[in-house]
Design a protein around this ligand. Structure first.
Ligand SMILES: [Fe+2]
Ligand SMILES: [Fe+2]
Length: 236
């Protein structure tokens, strides 16, 4: 099946109809905006709201701080670390869902020369899931709740909404979906690095080990996705 968008009757640009473009221009002159606001005005309103100081979310308090942890880290794991841990956990869970959807694409549209095999996608899916499970264990061992949505997890979910929409849209091909996966894998790579730095700063060595190992795996994912996209684009 064709993996690229076909030539068709796309009328989103004004270049297709110069007469109607002129009509539209005249319409804008006849019916200018009725409000008196400016772009600067909208910015001022945002600043005003920001100054009210409502946070976008809060970091959950520890469910249970084990004695061993108390002695190692004082009152428990630092809130910022728990926030980032929650973010990574949520992202890996979403990553698993993304690869599930990508496998459906492979089934529906088939592969392409130089593109991924079903087995390669399944292997990455299993790795994303394993990362999720490992992070879940770390979250529990640090006294956190792996089901809680931390503020950073919430931000990451909002930021990657578009990727999920691309990959789960039945009209997008495997090649088109890989454009979305590239964004996810780029964020994935940087996200592990940030968590690694935070864990190192807080002296949580087993989490540093996990981050380093997972980071190397994520680099491989990124290399694969880049190569698949390059092959797909070259084949067009
Ligand atoms: Fe991942
Ligand atoms: Fe990944």
């Amino acid at each position: 099946m064709n993996q690229s968008a076909p030539l068709g009757d796309n009328v989103t640009g004004i270049g297709r109809s110069s007469t109607r473009a002129e009509e539209m221009q005249r319409g804008m002159e006849n019916f200018p905006p009725t409000s008196v606001g400016t772009r600067e005005g909208a910015g001022k309103v945002r600043v005003q709201y920001a100054k009210e100081g409502h946070p976008v979310g809060s970091i959950p308090k520890p469910v249970e701080v084990k004695e061993k942890l108390k002695s190692a880290l004082g009152a428990g794991a630092p809130p910022t670390l728990m926030d980032k841990l929650g973010q990574r956990l949520a992202f890996e869970r979403t990553g698993t869902r993304l690869y599930e959807a990508l496998i459906s694409k492979h089934e529906a549209y088939g592969g392409f020369d130089g593109g991924p095999t079903r087995e390669a996608l399944l292997e990455i899916l299993n790795e994303e899931h394993r990362h999720f499970a490992e992070l879940e264990q770390h979250m529990i061992s640090l006294g956190g709740d792996p089901t809680a949505v931390t503020p950073s997890a919430n931000l990451a979910a909002v930021a990657t909404e578009g990727v999920l929409k691309i990959v789960t849209d039945p009209r997008t091909s495997l090649l088109q979906s890989l454009e979305g996966i590239l964004i996810a894998e780029l964020v994935d790579n940087d996200g592990w690095q940030l968590l690694c730095d935070a864990a190192r700063n807080d002296g949580i060595d087993d989490l540093v080990d996990l981050c380093e190992h997972a980071g190397a795996t994520e680099q491989r994912h990124l290399d694969h996705v880049r190569a698949w996209l390059a092959a797909g684009c070259a084949a067009e």
